[in-house]
Design a protein around this ligand. Structure first.
Ligand code: B1M
Length: 636
């Protein structure tokens, strides 16, 4: 019988192990429940590896164990993507020519890096609240890049860096894992220099503006990083590692296809070319929406896609993943984390999903069963155990495909084709140039066109509705169709925002939009803000006055701000199933202080749906930024 390590390595290499390897990721679940004293009775006092092994599971050793590092400063330079992990076979090394000043203030660490080109500052936070929720990585509160000049300073920091080998620590880690798992190494978790810049140096939303507006400076910095990535690859090639992580958090909105093709794929190919001959496989952590990246990843040379999160949480079903990828890519994951939450997935649904999964993965080769992205703190542990039992009972390979319940065969393309048709947009030729300027995100050109139309006595309201809003609707549809990408949408909304602001004094009193004030924020415990920022930008773009409270906003802060700002609408965003209950608490608190009648509350974010919104007594739910605009208009 194969050991866990043999099973995993065989699947990673594309051969057929004797059963499906099962390696559920339980770090977040373990961290939260051990700190809060809520581990299952039979596992009290155990380490997370002891729990996995006593259940008969392979150890999930893809992500470094951030909480247990011999170097107390392993994560100190996280905001630069510089980590000193025992699991990494290569590390960056700072040069003496870079002056580093560190200030620790409670949960916060501020660092100033000074080179001959100037200084940059960063700040990271790791709070007790984050620990309790199971998070093990500090949050980058202040990113290194605040102005385009900072990109040059950063180039100075990295031009002075080196990369060094860390084989001994990795070997010790490998020996400790032994036959119980397959240790995956890394260097950073970016798939090359541009991804490094996106992941670490800039606020997630701000990156898209920089990528569009300051591409020359971005590429200059990428050039400074490139030799270090090349050197790291050579060090990895000589290391004892068998698999390296090359990229994480792939998602077709964030690491959108044209950027992925231009800046990620060449580096994945390079990694494959250097490491392939040494029998080292490359793995990516791809926990987002893969629909728009399916072919690019398939062609890139990537060996393993880990944290694969299929429908119903994303658009691509496990069957489709298997059909399109399994000739070249090992699929690691397959069970979306929501499946482990009885409050979201009743038992019947859980069972039929698992049956469908077994019948949807053909012979079962090139497949490692896991949880995507990770087991949530409030998961039903018994379901993890039951999946393990299913693997023992039914996971012998090769599987007899279709031995379990039959499954639907609709492809993601067919599902998408069933969407509603595009909304008709204005064809009024007076506004052609205005619409084009919005589509191009050209602020100055747009304001120039607005001035011209005002001189021709065109009604300001028509300029907004038939010109700018119409263009925004076209753009939204194209965004949904996957023909334009986040940077274009954000630039268009920003240009429109400026033009609407310019038009404000010209609007008739009845058409003024200043009356529409929206308060928006991501709820407590949740640090995701890209979607919320898109919603805020688009709402501003169509003329609403938006006050953005940021991320991890506490219930009492929402209540206080509602009293101070007196908005018509409060928009709440949540991306984690564990933080969704905060939305109910906000509504409850508003009711308690007597403010509920004064404000409409709307909710959104990937795990939220209409039923949940109704259940918590919200006034509406929007699935994306375009729907949020319609909803707010309807409510105000
Ligand atoms: Co996280 N993450 N993440 N993550 N992350 C998800 C959300 C997850 C679904 C991944 C997965 O399982 N496949 C999963 C949640 C699972 C669950 O809860 N059941 C998850 C997890 C588990 C985690 C961590 C716990 C991971 C860990 O530590 N192991 C951790 C938690 C940190 C915390 O918040 N405490 C974490 C961290 C991170 C990063 C920091 C790495 C990064 C966030 C960066 C940032 O936001 N600044 C990140 C990312 C990028 C993602 C994915 C890959 C992408 C999210 C995103 O930005 N999408 C995500 C996977 C996924 O969603 N499938 C995932 C693009 C964005 C434009 O879409 O946010 O959906 P979205 O917004 C849409 C709509 O939802 C809607 O409009 C937007 C535009 O169309 N909308 C609203 C959003 N808010 C609205 C408000 C409204 C209306 C509409 O008001 C009315």
């Amino acid at each position: 019988m194969m050991t866990h390590r043999q099973l995993l390595l065989t699947a990673v290499r594309g051969d057929v192990p004797d059963r499906i390897p099962y390696a559920p990721r339980i770090d977040l679940w373990y961290n939260a429940n051990s700190l809060n004293g809520t581990l299952p009775q039979q596992h009290q006092g155990k380490t997370r590896d002891q729990i996995a092994l006593s259940e008969g599971w392979a150890l999930h050793k893809v992500v470094a164990d951030h909480l247990h590092q011999p170097n107390p400063d392993a994560m100190l330079h996280r905001a630069l993507g510089v980590h000193f992990m025992k699991e990494y076979v290569a590390h960056f090394a700072f040069s003496d020519r870079v002056k580093i000043e560190i200030k620790r203030e409670g949960d916060r660490t501020r660092i100033r890096y000074t080179t001959s080109k100037g200084s940059i500052t960063t700040s990271t936070v790791y709070s007790q609240e984050m620990r309790r929720s199971g998070t093990s990585i500090p949050w980058i509160e202040e990113h290194a890049v605040k102005t385009p000049d900072d990109l040059k300073v950063l180039a100075g920091v990295f031009e002075n860096m080196d990369v060094v080998a860390n084989y001994e620590a990795f070997k010790a880690h490998q020996a400790k894992v032994g036959e119980n798992g397959l240790p995956v190494t890394a260097f950073t978790v970016a798939a090359g220099p541009v991804h490094h810049i996106q992941k670490y140096f800039l606020d997630a939303t701000e990156f898209f503006h920089y990528y569009r507006d300051h591409q020359t400076e971005i590429l200059y910095l990428a050039d400074a990083l490139a030799p270090l990535y090349e050197r790291a690859l050579r060090i990895v090639a000589e290391s004892p590692a068998e698999v390296i992580q090359w990229g994480s958090n792939f998602d077709d909105m964030l690491t959108f296809a044209p950027m992925f093709a231009k800046h990620f794929v060449p580096w994945i190919r390079k990694a494959k070319a250097v490491l392939g001959p040494k029998d080292i496989r490359i793995l990516c952590h791809t926990d987002g929406e893969n629909f728009g990246l399916m072919d690019l990843l398939h062609e890139s040379g990537m060996d393993v896609a880990e944290a694969v999160c299929p429908a119903p949480m994303t658009k691509v079903s496990i069957q489709e993943y298997y059909r399109r990828w399994s000739d070249r890519i090992t699929i690691f994951g397959g069970v979306p984390s929501n499946l482990l939450l009885p409050q979201l997935t009743p038992d019947e649904q859980f069972k039929s999903f698992m049956d469908a999964l077994f019948s949807g993965i053909g012979t079962g080769a090139r497949f490692i069963l896991g949880i995507a992205d990770t087991t949530p703190p409030d998961a039903d542990f018994e379901r993890l155990v039951r999946i393990g039992d299913m693997v023992r009972e039914k996971g012998r390979l090769p599987l007899e495909a279709g031995a379990f319940n039959p499954v639907g065969t609709a492809t993601a393309a067919e599902v998408l084709a069933k969407r509603e048709p595009a909304a008709p947009v204005s064809q009024d030729t007076r506004f052609t140039k205005i619409r084009q300027a919005v589509l191009d995100g050209q602020e100055q050109e747009l304001i120039g066109q607005v001035k011209e139309l005002l001189q021709q006595k065109v009604a300001p309201k028509d300029i907004i509705d038939l010109g700018m809003v119409a263009a925004m609707e076209t753009l939204n549809q194209a965004f949904k169709d996957g023909t334009v990408f986040i940077p274009e949408v954000l630039a268009a909304a920003r240009a429109m925002n400026a033009a609407v602001h310019f038009l404000e004094p010209h609007l008739a009193e009845k058409d003024k939009r200043a009356g529409g004030k929206i308060l928006i924020g991501t709820v407590k415990g949740d640090l995701h803000d890209i979607g919320k920022n898109m919603v805020a930008t688009m709402l501003r773009g169509v003329g609403f006055n938006v006050v953005d409270l940021g991320i991890s906003v506490a219930v009492d802060a929402f209540v206080r701000k509602v009293a101070e700002e007196r908005p018509q609408v409060l928009a709440l965003s949540a991306l984690l199933t564990t933080t969704m209950p905060e939305m109910r608490k906000v509504i409850g608190a508003l009711t308690q202080v007597g403010s509920r009648e004064t404000v409409k509350v709307i909710v959104g974010g990937a795990p939220v749906n209409k039923n949940f919104a109704n259940d918590i007594g919200a006034d509406g739910y929007a699935k994306d930024a375009a729907e949020a605009i319609d909803l707010v208009r309807k409510l105000i």
